[in-house]
Design a protein around this ligand. Structure first.
Ligand code: THU
Length: 167
């Protein structure tokens, strides 16, 4: 594609993230959060995909709220772990800010060695809470083994996102 003669210069987004080689390297409170996400993952209801995801949300008051994927025979009626967790946090603690979310996934069918980031719909859902509270939510995600990736804010994962300011 060629630029029109009067087009402004190309801009770029950069994605800054931290890679941890294993859970031992995580800051202590996040290690606990990831352990809770991992435990929660084992309680997922995922009979159709056999892909189990756990999420744990860390609130400013140090409460942890869990979620895991809940599938349904009518496939689109299921919900991802991240939204189960974040909506539960919103329901139980509507005025407490969210500091971080940890996500851990595994498959019953194969090893998941690459970190499993939140899907697009979950990014949009988490972005709503970040926008609502006016400060970032740190996201940590992993597979069942291998590296853990951290981004300091959901907005890193969703450039040019849509939010309430545009309504
Ligand atoms: N899933 C999650 O829970 N979180 C994600 O970010 C990606 C996908 C679930 C949805 C479904 O139950 C299964 O993983 C396979 O897509």
């Amino acid at each position: 594609m060629t630029l029109k003669p009067n087009a402004l210069k190309k801009q770029q987004h950069t994605t800054t993230y931290t890679v941890y080689e294993n859970m031992e390297e995580l800051p202590p409170s996040i290690k606990v959060l990831m352990e809770v996400a991992t435990q929660s993952r084992e309680k997922a209801y995922a009979p159709y995909s056999n892909f189990l995801v756990g999420a744990a949300v860390l609130l400013e008051n140090e409460e942890i709220v869990i979620g895991n994927n809940q599938e349904n025979a009518a496939y689109p009626s299921g919900l991802c772990a991240e939204r189960v967790a974040i909506y539960s946090a919103g329901a139980q603690f509507p005025s407490i800010d969210i500091n971080a979310i940890a996500i851990a996934a595994r498959s019953r069918l194969k090893e998941v060695v690459t970190p499993v980031g939140p899907c697009g719909s979950c990014r949009q859902a988490i972005a709503e809470y970040e926008q609502k509270q006016g400060h970032p939510i740190s996201i940590y995600f992993m597979g069942n083994t291998g590296n853990i990736i951290n981004v300091d804010s959901l907005s890193t994962l969703l450039p040019f996102g849509f939010d309430a300011n545009q309504l």
